[in-house]
Design a protein around this ligand. Structure first.
Ligand SMILES: *[C@@H]1O[C@H](CO)[C@@H](O)[C@H](O)[C@H]1NC(C)=O
Ligand SMILES: *[C@@H]1O[C@H](CO)[C@@H](O)[C@H](O)[C@H]1NC(C)=O
Length: 424
């Protein structure tokens, strides 16, 4: 019996929830002896932190079948034997302290019919054993997040040919990302290694990769972007690493979420990055420079809930019209010059553009007709401070503390742009 054809991350999450709340079906059959022994060993190497209570149902003296009485254990009949097919370690409640100990119990590798191995947040330490990849060939979901796992990601994980989701985020893993992880797992859709101490370069992905969701944020990765990324990607975060080099074409035209913020990417932003289907784009705090490109011929305007953050770079030139329909737009702390397009002003006062941060640029005008009469709609944040103009008062009220107290730039900083005319 198969549990699901998890086609999406959301389906996966709902499956986890369902499994967590449901009680395994009672069967007359006895759990296979090897699997029962494995559960014994797991309980020997993991413990509840304080009174987490997860193992309180694991009573090996009870006549009840572990498949129906042990929390987190799900079984199915495989080849006429009752086998453990899913193991959810910890009760997963947000206020639960989770488990301590290690996941290196030898017995766990006898659970060869396991399709899901989930360890809920806790303080489990030790390595991810390489046996995981060698023995548990049926694994589709491995999620070992928010614990204290150390060591490297075993290369043997790429022997899990059915693996659909791998989430090892929020641990203390070191070393490089095994190249085979990106090239040898044909079924892999979700790969989350965020918040570890992984170093080295991002591996090259195979042409056959079906990856939809890739999250390597908050590691110590370096080097440039791989030449090709999976064309199937919809979500990509590489934020807060030490990546550098130019942004060439968009990593995948299917992206809806892209976060490359807090790296050292440099050079101009290619026009392919500006696309209404890419409705969340974070490029802030890099070393990007040059003017924003004219929109591509296929450009359609951004929709509600769109967000574009280009702040804290070295972008220059005029603020382009084509970002007028972005709902949350951060262009602050760059070298933009010239007038703010009238469409922006209209959309801000109509409440369609809900955040517009332009502070710390060299902008010379924000064209409002009657500055004294203008009132911002509720919830709209506009910040215009520290530019080459005296901003209207509506442009100062919603500035973050980081914008500083100065309303305008010193005149001498503005004269280099020959735009001193709009001061006053
Ligand atoms: C485990 O089960 C046995 C037999 O049913 C029972 O006597 C014992 O009290 C149980 N232990 C716990 C801790 O519930
Ligand atoms: C940032 O860009 C400038 C030129 O625009 C370049 O000289 C500098 O080396 C870049 N820094 C990094 C860290 O890439």
């Amino acid at each position: 019996m198969e549990f699901c054809n998890c086609n999406s991350f959301l389906q996966l999450l709902s499956l986890i929830l369902t499994l967590h709340l449901s009680i395994s079906p009672t069967t007359q059959q006895q759990l296979a002896a090897g699997d029962l022994n494995a559960l014994h060993q797991i309980m020997d190497t993991l413990t509840d932190v304080k009174n987490g209570g997860f193992f309180s149902t694991w009573n090996f003296s009870s006549p009840e079948n572990p498949c129906s009485s042990f929390a987190g254990v799900t079984c199915s009949v495989v080849n006429d034997k009752l086998r453990v097919t899913a193991l959810l370690l910890g009760n997963g409640f947000s206020d639960s302290p989770g488990l301590a100990g290690t996941i290196s119990a030898i017995g766990i590798y006898d659970l060869t019919e396991l399709t899901q191995l989930i360890l809920y947040p806790g303080i489990v330490t030790g390595f991810i054993p390489s046996q995981l990849g060698r023995r548990l060939k049926n694994l589709r979901v491995v999620s070992l997040t928010n614990n204290r796992l150390t060591g490297t990601i075993p290369e043997t994980i790429s022997e899990l040919q059915n693996l659909h989701t791998l989430d090892l985020s929020h641990n203390k893993l070191t070393g490089v990302i095994p190249p085979t992880l990106a090239s040898a797992l044909p079924e892999l859709k979700v790969l989350v290694l965020a918040y570890n101490n992984l170093a080295g370069e991002i591996p090259e992905f195979s042409d056959e990769s079906q990856l939809i969701h890739l999250d390597f944020r908050n590691n110590m990765l370096s080097g440039t972007l791989p030449e090709t990324m999976p064309a199937t990607l919809r979500y990509l975060s590489l934020s807060s690493n030490g990546l550098w080099g130019p942004l060439n074409s968009l990593p995948s035209s299917n992206l809806v979420y892209l976060d490359l913020s807090m790296n050292k990417f440099s050079g101009p932003i290619p026009d392919s990055f500006f696309s209404s289907s890419l409705s969340s784009m974070y490029l802030q705090r890099n070393n990007l420079s040059g003017e924003l490109p004219p929109p591509s011929p296929f450009f359609e305007s951004y929709g509600p809930a769109s967000i574009v953050d280009l702040s804290h770079n070295f972008l220059s030139g005029d603020i382009p019209n084509f970002l007028e329909s972005v709902e949350t737009l951060f262009l602050n702390n760059n070298h933009f010059t010239g007038k703010v397009p009238e469409e922006y002003v209209r959309n801000v006062f109509a409440g369609a553009m809900r955040t517009l941060y332009l502070q710390h640029n060299y902008i010379s005008s924000f064209p409002v007709e009657n500055p004294r009469d203008m009132v911002l709609p509720d919830g709209v944040a506009l910040c215009l401070s520290y530019n080459c103009m005296v901003p209207p008062t509506v442009g100062l009220a919603a500035c973050p503390a980081s914008a500083g107290g100065a309303f305008s730039r010193p005149f001498r900083q503005c004269s280099v742009f020959n735009i001193g005319n709009s001061i006053g």
